[in-house]
Design a protein around this ligand. Structure first.
Ligand code: ADP
Ligand code: MG
Ligand code: MG
Length: 276
């Protein structure tokens, strides 16, 4: 167990709703440190989410999931010491390039789907519940590392979750409708993600709406489009990927393509191997 005194804080790596992440040096090694302000958790009624984030991350061991090394806390904060990922995240890549080249999209998407298969096929499946570009890091070797288990939870057999959790643009219809839900919500987010990396914008909010609408107006548009599964493909969208998006983004959770079938879909078959 470490305390802040033993750590040299370097640059800030990123920021999310609950955490600020820094690159740090500890005993001569580089790590990332996610600092979560307890007061922010309390304000949002999520004091347990940090506990769950730790508990779940300690159980996971997968090459495409960011590793939690250790953690400690003081009066004001919880600190997660994480494997440092030297690279970027999909959000910043999309901001820079608008969309991914298909070869890269396929390469990353395969890894993301395989990682979700690992999470969902555990004895008690783990729902990530916050699959989106900001939480998918990409290393310099083009490996993906899934981050941010701050919304994750596990699910016993036949159990349903009800909490309104996630990010509007990526949230499945059953969450909006306050129906009980399962790990199928992650599959939905995966469909939204696929659209977004290839189109350069969300299926449920185009660039013009993004720039012109007020926050509450956006929420109304998104909700309407999600609940009607109104997907507006740009003409340039690759036809095979379009078929896959349509098979994943289904209103009824049980109609969504299973993850194993996603991997077998023709769009994912013709991947050129990227140079490492
Ligand atoms: P939050 O729960 O507040 O969203 P995240 O865990 O998603 O916090 O981290 C916020 C951002 O910090 C990420 O989007 C990513 O860019 C960066 N980040 C997080 N963990 C690491 C890491 N281990 N190495 C490098 N960058 C990281
Ligand atoms: Mg995040
Ligand atoms: Mg989070």
């Amino acid at each position: 167990i470490v305390s802040l005194d033993e750590i040299t804080q370097q640059e800030m790596l990123g920021k999310g709703q609950f955490g600020v992440v820094y690159r740090i040096l500890y005993q001569g090694q580089t790590y990332a440190m996610k600092q979560i302000v307890k007061q922010t958790l309390i304000r949002h009624g999520k004091i347990n989410s940090a506990v769950l984030e730790l508990k779940i991350m300690y159980q996971l061991d997968h090459e495409n999931i960011m590793k939690l090394i250790t953690h400690f806390e003081d009066e004001n904060n919880v600190y997660l010491i994480l494997e440092y990922i030297d690279g970027s995240n999909l959000y910043d890549i999309l901001k820079r390039d608008t969309r991914l080249q298909e070869t890269y999209a396929i390469h990353y998407y395969r890894q993301i789907v395989s990682t979700l298969i690992y999470l969902h096929s555990r004895p008690t499946p783990i729902l990530h519940r916050d699959i989106k570009p900001e939480n998918i890091l990409i290393t310099k070797n083009n490996a993906i590392k899934l981050a941010d288990f701050g919304s994750a939870n596990s699910l016993a057999k036949d159990e349903l979750r009800f909490t309104f959790e996630g990010t509007y643009l990526f949230m499945a219809p059953e969450i909006y409708l306050n129906k009980g839900y399962t790990q199928c919500v992650d599959i939905w987010s995966l469909g939204v993600l696929l659209f977004e990396i290839l189109a350069g914008h969300s299926p449920f909010l185009n660039k013009e709406e993004e720039n012109s609408l007020m926050t509450h107006e956006k929420q109304t548009v998104i909700r309407e489009n999600v609940l009607n599964v109104r997907i507006r493909f740009p003409d340039t969208f690759p036809p095979l990927a379009r078929d896959l998006v349509r098979k994943i983004l289904r209103l009824e959770p049980q109609d969504r393509l299973r993850l194993e079938e996603v991997l077998k879909h023709p769009w994912l078959q013709n991947a050129e191997v990227l140079e490492q």
